[in-house]
Design a protein around this ligand. Structure first.
Ligand code: TRP
Length: 456
């Protein structure tokens, strides 16, 4: 390579630009759809407390690890592990696994994201009295309709990624994140004026520790992993565009706090909204078991119902803004999922960004069309690539960093932008987490998955 890595690779233009892009990657369907559903499913505030703990003791250390590996090597995940291990093929496998997880997670992520776009049409058509057409767009099981929205969303993602780092990704997220926050707050203020909302708030803030089980702790950990975009090298890739002046530890802290904050705020909308819907006659909890009626489809089944009950122009506007918001959040996440395989193809196979983005986008889109018709694949892919794949990747990253590359070398890289890191309290604490605490906790998650497989 004749040029220095930094002059060849794009970098983030501004400090805030990077933080917003990484936060945009983290904030997505996982926060606005996954987190509130899990809270409702797991009894409320107690789950939130355990989730927070998981983000702080596993998520944050692993995020620092990924960003440091990325900036040190200035490479995609495959290239990064090759570089740090002198070309050891086993280390590169961690990267290949990440690339595969990126492709497969994105292939169902775009289908769910497509649903959010379809519901924008559903809300508008419903308002104009076109109930037949509204039902068509709201039908989650309609394969051809799903496929069209999936491909549309995929094209949007590719177009942003072809723009490159600062032109495409940074600019898009810079504009989208503040809008997202504003819309959420507006919706919460509105929801709080409705009957039933305070029952939701009560569930949200009063912990009931009798619901805490081993299974709950494990799903909180899994949710933390997915929500922070960890385990498959998305943040290795984003870290590779970081300049040496930026404080990695501080940036990771901002992103973690931002992601947690958006999840908490989203829950503050969705949980009260569920109770508002319930007060309006929609069945949400099974009166006998107390369990949710529809957990995976909660947002798509219950919220449009609520927007319809609110009715009129306001109901429609609420619905439309909500689903646009969900779509935007999903878009800033899907670009980070696509960026992992795309940067791999650019770096390791010398293909231009534009061609690489359309190539990988085409493959993901094709699988996405398959998923659009066979929704059962979502559960399968979630199981293999989220529940097993991400923790497995995270575990390998911890082991690689802690025992092969060594935390001392990582801390040396962190010195750029955080001069005193080696003598700080952060250094020994982070090292202990990366070497012992985080991998052990992740291993417990994996063990529970394997246990679930065996016990059936
Ligand atoms: N964090 C995103 C969400 O909450 C999803 C996501 C984007 C992701 N990039 C990722 C998950 C990388 C794991 C790895 O919706």
């Amino acid at each position: 390579m004749a040029t220095t890595p930094t002059s060849k690779r794009g970098t983030w233009n501004t400090k805030l630009g990077f933080i917003l892009a990484a936060a945009g990657s983290a904030v997505g369907l996982g926060n606005i759809w996954g987190f509130p559903t899990q809270v409702a499913d797991n009894g409320g505030a107690a789950f939130i407390l355990i989730y927070l703990l998981c983000c702080l003791i596993v998520g944050f250390p692993v995020m620092v690890a990924e960003l440091t590996i990325g900036r040190r090597t200035q490479k995609n995940p495959v290239g990064a592990f090759k570089a740090l291990s002198n070309g050891n093929p086993f280390a590169a496998l961690i990267g290949y696994w990440g690339v595969l997880c990126g492709v497969m997670i994105l292939s169902f992520y775009v289908v769910i994201s497509g649903w959010t776009l379809a519901y924008v049409f559903e809300e508008i058509l419903f308002y104009f009295g076109q109930e037949g057409w509204a039902a068509y767009f709201g039908d989650l099981g309609n394969g051809p309709k799903n496929a069209i929205f999936t491909l549309f969303f995929m094209v949007l993602t590719v177009l942003i990624v072809t723009g490159g780092v600062s032109q495409g990704i940074e600019r898009a997220t810079k504009a989208l994140m503040p809008i997202l926050l504003a819309i959420l707050v507006i919706l919460i203020v509105y929801i709080f004026t409705l009957e039933g909302a305070m029952d939701g708030v009560a569930m949200y803030v009063m912990p009931d520790f009798s619901t805490v089980t081993g299974g709950l702790i494990l799903s909180a950990l899994g949710q933390a992993f997915f929500s922070l975009s960890l385990g498959m090298g998305a943040l290795i890739t984003y870290g590779s565009y970081l300049n040496k002046k930026q404080n990695i530890v501080e940036s990771a802290a901002y992103v973690t706090i931002f992601d947690i904050g958006i999840a908490i705020i989203a829950g503050l909308l969705v949980i009260p909204a569920m109770f508002v819907a319930q007060a309006g006659g929609v069945q949400i909890f099974n009166p006998e078991t107390g369990a949710l009626f529809s957990s995976t489809t909660l947002v798509f089944d219950v919220l449009p119902e609520m927007f319809h009950n609110v009715g009129g122009l306001i109901g429609m506007l609420l619905g439309v803004t909500f689903f646009i918001l969900l779509g935007l959040a999903a878009l800033t996440s899907s670009i980070s999922l696509l960026e992992v395989p795309v940067s791999y193809v650019i770096d390791e196979h010398n293909i231009r960004r534009k061609k690489a983005a359309w190539l990988i986008g085409g493959i993901v889109g094709a699988i996405g069309v398959l998923v659009s018709f066979e929704l059962g694949l979502i559960d399968l892919f979630v199981y293999i690539f989220n529940e097993i794949g991400l923790p497995l990747g995270g575990l390998m990253i911890c082991i690689f960093l802690g025992y092969f590359w060594k935390t001392e070398n990582a801390l040396l890289e962190m010195k750029d932008g955080y001069e005193t890191v080696e003598t700080s309290n952060f250094a020994p604490i982070w090292s202990i987490f990366i070497k012992y605490i985080s991998p052990v906790l992740i291993a417990l998650v994996l063990a529970s998955v394997v246990w679930g497989l065996i016990a059936g």
